[in-house]
Design a protein around this ligand. Structure first.
Ligand code: MV4
Length: 498
């Protein structure tokens, strides 16, 4: 392996470019017209245009990606997350083209993508699953009999699902047949497969997931990530370790995740999602067969570069993780900074990043998709950046995140920065009293609040934008606005491309 085509964009594409360079590999970016001047494109050694902004005409077109790999002489493909990362057909097409697939075997992707097959395989491997059906259910009478057996409330889920689509909560017998029909119809539309099945509904659990890593010799786990702070199935904050996972529970969940990975002959990096009940019982939900957005918090507490290990494993090398039991060191937390403004009902906001003040200092990592002058559009997901901190313990990580959130200045696009500030100041969150319903209870944290720092930020931003204009060796900005500074920065990059 000498050259890696990155079939993705944004912060994860830049993350992969950096890992390639540390491994001595060439990085090939692909970009749509909307991403021509993006940071990940400039960081790559080569960049190949793959078409217009809409992802179905660029980042999701397998032929274009394979042609770009051939054109650039790449010999491997890293899919990142989202887009085509969990499409077994893409992995197979990559391998058929004679390229190395930097991901799990296509058969493992396929087995975990079918939720009832995954349940059967997990049960056979001794992985605790949520009580329920292990095959799709069509007959409402059989469904009722099963629901009575496992006890209400139950959940109807799409067999081809994941991430919350085609899911219905059923509290009473009378609601069951309607929910089966509704979920099947939604699943048919969303996944092209109307098959649904039943599970017992777990009340107010935490979402705790285990990172696994497998090479040709070993399958290991790198502990848990706590991902309960989410809204409408979009994670907003993740941390490692979890405040409620003891070393004993970590080993129990870790062993289950390793058994899950072995059961499908897994290779590379993957994640087993579990629901962790208030009683300490845990249940396998699904396995994500890709690198995840929140992988940095695991990297910081285990001292492992997960993307470099993915590259090594795909190249047939052994992972560089010491043998023997590993312990998390300290505490890491991540805030997803998105272009979703609570002041605007959490609708995706657009605009130009007029000024960006990036948090720094000890223990702070900034994995970003955007920089000053970039336009935020509605073509892709709303993730602008991940603000990640490490501290010696949870309290110090929280203090550091609050300091970093105070340093962050992002002018021009509405973001959820204010929400993160309120969350990290909240006594219940600080005490670790969270579960997947936390934000349903605490809608007060989602309310837009008058932010007294905003005016100050804007003044600072305008001044600093002028400095940015000077840094890129442009004539002095005369009107003193952030907009002008951003425009100079953007123009400087476009000029450099001529
Ligand atoms: C559940 C559940 C409770 N009981 N299954 C949501 C997304 C999909 N991956 C599975 N999901 C859930 N499955 C049973 N049997 C609650 C959820 C759930 C959830 C899970 C993880 C993180 C956030 C969540 C938010 C709402 C519901």
């Amino acid at each position: 392996m000498k050259s890696v085509l990155i079939a993705n964009r944004g912060e994860i594409a830049l993350r992969i470019v950096r890992a390639c360079h540390e491994e001595g590999l060439e990085a090939v970016a692909v970009y749509s017209t909307a991403d021509r001047t993006a940071p990940y494109v400039r960081a790559a050694d080569r960049a190949v245009p793959i078409g217009p902004a809409p992802a179905p005409e660029s980042y999701l077109v397998i032929d274009k990606l394979l042609r770009a790999a051939a054109e650039a002489g790449a010999d491997a493909v890293h899919p990142g997350y989202g887009f085509l990362a969990e499409r077994a057909t893409f992995a197979e097409a990559v391998e058929r083209a004679g390229l190395l697939w930097i991901g799990p075997p296509p058969a493992a992707i396929r087995a975990m993508g079918d939720k009832t097959e995954a349940r059967r395989r997990m049960q056979a491997a001794g992985v605790p699953i949520v009580p329920g059906a292990n095959a799709p259910i069509t007959d409402p009478d059989l469904a009722l009999a099963l629901a009575r057996e496992i006890g209400f409330p139950v959940m109807v889920k799409a067999a081809a699902g994941g991430g919350g689509k085609g899911m219905r909560l059923v509290r009473t017998e009378g609601e069951l047949s309607g929910a089966l029909a509704a979920a099947a119809s939604e699943a048919g539309k969303a996944f092209g497969d109307p098959a649904v099945y039943l599970e017992k509904f777990i009340v107010a659990p935490r979402h705790v997931e285990i990172q696994v890593l497998a090479d040709d010799e070993r399958t290991i786990h790198l502990g848990e990530r706590e991902c309960s702070i989410q809204r409408r199935h979009q994670k907003l904050v993740e941390e490692a370790p979890s405040a409620v996972v003891t070393p004993m529970l970590r080993e129990a969940m870790g062993s289950a995740a390793v058994a899950a990975a072995r059961a499908v002959s897994y290779r590379g990096a993957g994640t087993c999602e579990f629901l962790l009940g208030a009683d300490g019982a845990f249940h396998f939900l699904e396995m994500n067969t890709r690198i995840q957005v929140e992988h940095p918090v695991t990297e910081l507490v285990y001292g492992v570069d997960l993307v470099r290990e993915q590259l090594r494993i795909a190249g047939g090398l052994r992972m560089r993780v010491p043998a023997g039991p590993l312990q998390p060191r300290g505490w890491a937390m991540e805030c997803r900074i998105t272009s979703e403004d609570p002041a605007n009902g959490f609708l995706p906001s657009t605009g130009r990043v007029e000024y960006l003040g990036i948090p720094g200092g000890p223990g702070v990592r900034w994995d970003a998709a955007v920089e000053i002058g970039d336009d935020v559009t509605l073509y892709y997901d709303s993730l602008l950046a991940k603000l990640i901190v490490w501290g010696a313990d949870r309290r110090q990580a929280i203090d550091r995140m609050r300091r970093a959130l105070d340093e962050l200045i992002l002018v021009g696009v509405g973001t959820n920065q204010g929400f993160h500030r309120r969350l990290f100041a909240d006594p219940a969150f600080r005490a670790g009293e969270i579960d997947i319903q936390f934000l349903d209870r605490r809608t007060d944290l989602l309310e837009p609040a008058a932010d007294p720092t905003l005016d100050r930020d804007f003044v600072i931003a305008a001044a600093l934008a002028e400095e940015e204009a000077r840094r890129v060796r442009r004539p002095a900005v005369t009107d003193g606005t952030a907009t002008a500074g951003a425009e100079w920065a953007r123009q400087a990059r476009l000029d450099a491309l001529q």
